[in-house]
Write a protein that binds this ligand. Structure first.
Ligand code: AQP
Length: 327
């Protein structure tokens, strides 16, 4: 039986090259072999402060980026989370199985509560339970994730186990598919990860060649003396070259580095060139898709319809198992 895959991305800003090498490029590969569900998780995005007026455009832009980056709606189901209300219904059922203590231990909750002290809302606390519902609604067995999401995925597995134990075998325990690429760090602060919500940290999929080159040239490389260690900024340039360049280029600059003769004036343009080369066709597809009015929303509506077929079936089963339906 084909493996079912689920993953999501938040419409919290422009999709960047970190999201691309850390997630989206891998998603495209997975669609060649598996039944895949990819969601723009807007209900997760609203757990942190956001501009109401901007959200529809962010969702649209995220879909545009994903399609341009190679997700083919014929080969996967691409949809917006809130268009499939079963996500929140299953989340409620799962809330009765998730322990407050486990949620309190979630690193992301602790980090985000620190970051948004003025708005530590219940949605933020419940985020991993909604994530469990996202995955299990489709009975996904494989979830491509970054290392930072492993704790959440473990909770999804725990919820699946508890549900099956109390109400009968219903959900598979989803396994992580760890993304092979290294984490891309922020260009302006290479000790933090590149993030949509950190201005100056990222190169977006929609950036022009000129913007890409300029951003790479300005990337921070020196962060003070580090004895015998590659500085995080230089390491990040190597990460990018590994992700976008050729193995020969990586070997060439590594040899320069080892010999103590690394020249940023050569490395940075090579990195910029490699990124620009891979993003150019994506940007072209993006422009073509954007010129078809209604095209992207139609794809998302059709995706939500397809997702709902599976989601409704799972919900009926879950309600029945939990005694929420008359015999
Ligand atoms: N810097 C990164 N390097 C590699 N992979 C990354 N991902 C995110 N940043 C990097 C991977 O992208 C997928 C989607 O991420 P998300 O939208 O769910 O949220 P995130 O991880 O919080 O991404 P951002 O860009 O940092 O967004 P904000 O600023 O809103 O928090 C995930 O698989 C993630 O691992």
């Amino acid at each position: 039986m084909a493996t079912r895959v689920f993953s999501g991305i938040q419409p919290t800003g422009a999709i960047h090259i970190g999201n691309y090498v850390g997630a989206v490029r891998n998603w495209v590969r997975l669609t060649r072999e598996h039944e895949c569900y990819f969601s723009i998780v807007d209900l997760h995005a609203i757990t942190i402060p956001y501009e109401v007026k901007e959200l529809p455009a962010r969702i649209y832009e995220a879909a545009l980026d994903l399609l341009a980056a190679g997700l083919d709606p014929e080969r996967c189901v691409l949809f917006v989370q809130s268009y499939v209300p079963e996500h929140t219904e299953l989340c409620w059922l799962f809330n009765t199985l998730a322990s407050v203590g486990a949620l309190e231990r979630m690193t992301q909750f602790k980090d985000k509560s620190e970051q948004f002290r003025e708005n530590v809302n219940v949605g933020l606390f419940d985020y991993p339970v909604l994530q469990a519902a996202d995955i299990l609604l489709y009975k996904a067995d494989l979830v491509p994730v970054g290392e930072d999401q492993l704790q959440h995925l473990e909770l999804s597995r725990e919820i699946a186990r508890r549900f099956n134990h109390h109400f009968g075998d219903t959900f598979p325990e989803p396994k992580p598919a760890l993304t092979p690429a290294a984490r891309v760090m922020a260009l302006n602060e290479p000790t933090r990860k590149m993030s949509k919500s950190i201005p100056g940290s990222f190169i977006s999929l929609a950036d022009t060649d000129q913007e890409i080159r300029k951003k790479v040239n300005r990337a921070v490389t020196d962060v003070g003396p580090l004895e015998g260690e590659m500085s995080p900024g230089v390491k990040n340039l190597f990460t990018l070259l590994e992700a976008f360049g050729t193995p020969e280029q990586v070997a060439h600059f590594q040899a320069q580095y080892d010999a103590g003769s690394l020249r940023y004036s050569e490395l940075k343009p090579a990195v910029g060139e490699a990124i620009a080369g891979e993003l150019a066709p994506i940007r072209e597809r993006r422009a073509a898709l954007a010129s078809e009015p209604g095209g992207v929303w139609e794809i998302l509506d059709a995706g939500a319809e397809r997702a709902r077929v599976v989601a409704r079936r799972t919900m009926e089963e879950a309600r029945e198992r939990m005694g929420l339906r008359r015999k």
